[in-house]
Design a protein around this ligand. Structure first.
Ligand SMILES: [Zn+2]
Ligand SMILES: [Zn+2]
Length: 189
């Protein structure tokens, strides 16, 4: 059972709505959009027993909201995305596409960053880079090798890298992966 700490500021409330009680607890801002996130629960009935159940639910949601805030200081975006991918239902083809974006683009760029430090500015910078060059090159010329193993560049026709922007729809998908994972992280313990 959760114990309400004496110094804990109330961050939730119980409201009577028709024949039920609605519990709402503020769980901090969404790390991507900055919009407030609320944990909600409804208890049927408005009598004394219902109020007791509602107060217990309120305490539990407050504890959940507090826990959700703490791990964000150390957990990396890469870890959160892996967890999100593991517990979220996706069609196989979608999952494959997502894993590609995650391994090729998101993790090399921001995978090791702690989600507490991650800001909208970091994401905007990443998206701006992707719109310039989808492999986020540093602007210096280099040869794009077409094979990983030892090969003859002339035979395989390796060419100098030319920056190509990532499609806007792909950038949007990458954003939806990151924002989906971060919102999920807020809901987790
Ligand atoms: Zn080559
Ligand atoms: Zn480039």
């Amino acid at each position: 059972m959760t114990r309400a700490r004496a110094d804990a500021r109330p961050r939730g409330n119980i409201e009577t709505r028709g024949d039920s009680l609605r519990i709402r607890v503020y769980a901090g801002p969404d790390p991507v959009t900055g919009k407030p996130i609320y944990l909600r629960e409804t208890v049927r009935g408005t009598n004394e027993a219902a109020h007791r159940t509602a107060r217990r639910a309120l305490n539990r949601l407050v504890a959940e909201a507090e826990k959700a805030r703490q791990p964000s200081s150390t957990i990396s975006l890469g870890h959160v995305i892996d967890e999100w991918l593991r517990v979220t239902e996706h069609e196989d083809s979608t999952r494959e596409t997502y894993v590609g974006y995650i391994e090729r683009t998101i993790k090399p760029a921001l995978g090791s960053m702690s989600i507490a430090k991650l800001s909208v500015r970091h994401l905007e910078t990443l998206y701006a880079e992707l719109r310039r060059c989808r492999v986020r090159c540093d602007g210096k010329p280099f040869i794009e090798h077409k094979a990983e193993a030892e090969h003859d560049c002339v035979v395989v026709k390796c060419r100098p890298h030319v920056c190509k922007p990532m499609a806007a729809s792909t950038v949007r998908q990458i954003h939806s992966i990151i924002s989906g994972a971060l919102s999920a992280a807020v809901r987790w313990d």
